[in-house]
Design a protein. Sequence first.
Length: 157
Amino acid sequence: MWAKPSSETGSAGAAVDDSNNNAPSSPRSPAHARRDSAVRNPGRRFAQIVKLRPEHIAEYEKAHAAVWPEVLQQIRACNIQDYSIYHDKDSGILFASFKYVGYDYAGDMEKMRENPKVREWWQMTDGWQESLVPGAKSSESGSPPWWKEVKEVFYNP
């Protein structure tokens, strides 16, 4: 589901703020100082879309009413917060949004992909979906991403 962000946009198309996105380049970098002083990363917002096959709506909703604890634990461990998925039954679009509050997005997403229960979850849910990204094979493959990046055009906190 989550992929390494491109150079211009994050996984969901939100503009990348390199001060919060990548691991520090040196031990003296500002990002490293933020971690050492325990200052919380204010986060970077992401949004993504994929299409849910109409014959799988009930299964998808049932699965997400009881997400496996191992998957939820891994999401938290990978610095994902405020994670929501919305469904538009008319278009079939699933819209996901979340906030990443870590300092190494690519590394955290690799940890996500390494979890066997997360990969099992993705295999199950990918089967109920249609990617909107040309050439996407699965959430597990990572590139191109299964969920399509969506650019944020307005935000009012």
